[in-house]
Design a protein around this ligand. Structure first.
Ligand code: 4NP
Length: 168
């Protein structure tokens, strides 16, 4: 028996609008994965629990924040859907409200919520519970979100790299 494809880990970041936190998380993970030469092994996507911004580009302030850190960001807003629960290995919610809503949806679809996590469960240096919603605040809120994500995505990547090693 030969496997014809390498092990692939699929990560879906989830926030409310899918224009601020989760597309930035997707872009940061994709950037770090590329730097480590792991693009064939780890892929990232993002979505929102709401339908508020379907089809939209990330918020201007998200784009500006990504540009400051030279992170490429390519995303259009989309809402979480049933197939995401089976299609991704990790569904990672940015805060407790979105986490609860993702769990509720899993219940509605009668899917065991084994792959649903909170971003804070991967924290690695910076202490936080929720990635704070920056939508109604100023630029500094996006900087705070960036710092939290940069640190916790390092924590997530450590775990994913170990998983890849143990599956090799
Ligand atoms: P996100 O931020 O969930 O990080 O994308 C928000 C974006 C839009 C809204 C709320 C939060 N909104 O109410 O439209």
């Amino acid at each position: 028996m030969h496997y014809t494809h390498p092990p692939m880990i699929k990560v879906l970041f989830v926030c409310l609008g899918n224009i601020c936190r989760s597309p930035l998380a997707e872009a940061i993970l994709t950037h770090k994965v590329k730097e480590k030469g792991l693009s064939d092994s780890i892929v990232a996507d993002s979505c929102g629990t709401s339908d508020f911004h379907i089809g939209e580009l990330p918020d201007e302030r998200t784009l500006a924040c990504a540009a400051r850190y030279q992170i490429n960001i390519q995303h259009r807003g989309r809402q979480i859907m049933r197939s995401d629960f089976k299609g991704f290995d990790y569904l990672i919610a940015m805060d407790n409200t979105n986490y609860e809503n993702v769990l509720k949806l899993a219940g509605k679809y009668k899917i065991a919520p084994r792959n649903i996590f909170l971003m804070s469960s991967f924290k690695n240096g910076i202490e936080f519970m929720d990635v704070p919603d920056p939508y109604y605040g100023g630029e500094e809120g996006f900087e705070e979100v960036y710092k939290i994500l940069d640190s916790s995505i390092d924590g997530l990547l450590l775990k994913l790299e170990n998983e890849l090693k143990s599956n090799a």
